[in-house]
Design a protein around this ligand. Structure first.
Ligand code: G1P
Length: 297
C-alpha cells in the first residue's frame, strides 16, 4: 500500500551517560551493534517502511552521526583502488540510504521537546518518530503496519509490547480497549514510567510512533512531567483523553523481535541475538557460544 507519510523523526540528542566512558567523545547512537552503528538500523527500518525523508534531532558532540551519513571521498577512492567492491558497497549504502536532515535540540528538555523541534520540517502532515534505543528485527513488520493503521483510522498510533510487569516502570504504559483488529487496541490512557506496582497494564510503548501534526500544538502546552522533562507520553495522553483533537490514540501490539540497546546489559544481549542469526557470523558464533555457556555452568 502506498503511504502518504514520508517523514521520519529520530531523536538523537541524548547524552548516553549509561555508556560512559565510551560515549565521552562519541554519540551513543554510533555504538556498533555487530558491525553497524545502532542508528543505521533505525534509519534502515524507516526507509524499509517508505520513509526516506529523515530528520534527526541532535545536540552537542553529534558530528560523528552526521558524518556517518555523508560521503567519505578519500575512503571510497581507497576502496575503489583496491578493488574492494564489497566494502565500498557497504560504505555507499549508508550514504545513499535516505535524505537525512538535522536540527539541534539546543536544550535537552525531554523527548516531547525533541519531537517539537521537528515541527518546521514536518509541517502539517502525519509523520513517524523512531527512538534509537529500540531496534526492530528487519524480518518482522511493525512500522508499515502502524502507517497503515494511522491512515485507516486517521489517528495517532504507538507501538506496544507486552512486558514483564517488573520492568513496567521503565516505560510509558497504556490502558487499552480491544478493537475489531486483532493486533490493534484503542488507548484510553497513558502514564509515563509509573511507580513500581502501579502500572495499569503490562503494555509498554516501544519507541515507534506515527503521529498527526496536531501533536505539536499539544506539545507546546505540555508542562514538564516525569523527571522534570516534557514527555511525549503526556501529550499522547491528552490526545487519548480527547478524541476530537486528533482522532485519539491506537496501539499496534508488536509480537516480533525487538532489541533494546539502551543500557549495557541489553546492548550486549542485542549484539549476541543479532549476530547468531547472521549468515556471515552465526555459523562461527553458535558452537562457540554453546561451548562457552556449558563451561560456565
Ligand atoms: C521513552 C518514552 C517511554 C517509552 C520508551 C521506549 O523513554 O518516554 O514512554 O516507553 O522511550 O523505549 P526512555 O527510554 O527514553 O526513557
Amino acid at each position: 500500500m502506498a503511504s502518504r507519510i514520508t517523514k521520519a523523526v529520530i531523536p538523537a540528542a541524548g547524552l548516553g551517560t549509561r555508556f560512559l566512558p565510551a560515549t565521552k567523545a562519541m554519540p551513543k547512537e554510533m555504538l556498533p551493534v555487530v558491525d553497524k552503528p545502532a542508528i543505521q538500523y533505525v534509519v534502515e527500518e524507516a526507509v524499509a517502511a517508505g520513509l526516506t525523508d529523515v530528520l534527526m534531532i541532535t545536540g552537542r558532540n553529534k558530528s560523528a552521526l552526521e558524518n556517518h551519513f555523508d560521503r567519505v571521498g578519500e575512503l571510497e577512492a581507497t576502496l575503489e583502488r583496491k578493488g574492494d567492491t564489497e566494502r565500498l558497497q557497504k560504505v555507499n549504502y549508508s550514504t545513499d540510504l535516505a535524505d537525512v536532515h538535522y536540527v539541534r535540540q539546543g536544550d535537552p528538555k525531554g523527548l516531547g521537546h525533541a519531537v517539537l523541534r521537528a515541527r518546521m520540517h514536518v509541517g502539517n502532515e502525519p509523520f513517524a518518530v523512531l527512538l534509537g534505543d529500540d531496534i526492530i528485527d528487519a524480518r518482522d513488520i511493525l512500522l508499515s503496519r502502524m502507517i497503515e493503521v494511522q491512515a485507516e483510522r486517521n489517528a495517532n498510533v504507538v507501538a506496544l509490547l507486552e512486558v514483564d510487569p517488573a520492568v513496567a516502570q521503565m516505560y510509558g504504559i497504556a490502558t487499552v480497549e480491544r478493537t475489531d483488529d486483532d493486533d490493534v487496541v484503542c488507548i484510553t490512557g497513558l502514564v509515563e514510567k509509573p511507580a513500581p506496582g502501579t502500572a495499569p497494564s503490562n503494555l509498554a510503548i516501544i519507541g515507534r510512533y506515527v503521529l498527526r501534526p496536531e501533536i505539536f500544538d499539544v506539545l507546546e502546552e505540555t508542562p514538564p512531567g516525569k523527571g522534570g522533562e516534557i514527555q511525549l507520553t503526556d501529550a499522547l495522553q491528552a490526545l487519548a483523553a480527547d478524541e476530537s483533537i486528533a482522532g485519539g490514540v491506537y496501539g499496534v501490539v508488536f509480537r516480533g523481535r525487538r532489541y533494546d540497546t539502551g543500557d549495557r546489559l541489553d546492548y550486549i544481549k542485542a549484539i549476541v541475538q543479532l549476530a547468531v542469526d547472521r549468515e556471515d557470523l552465526g555459523e562461527g558464533l553458535r558452537p562457540w557460544l554453546r561451548d562457552f555457556v556449558s563451561k560456565m555452568e
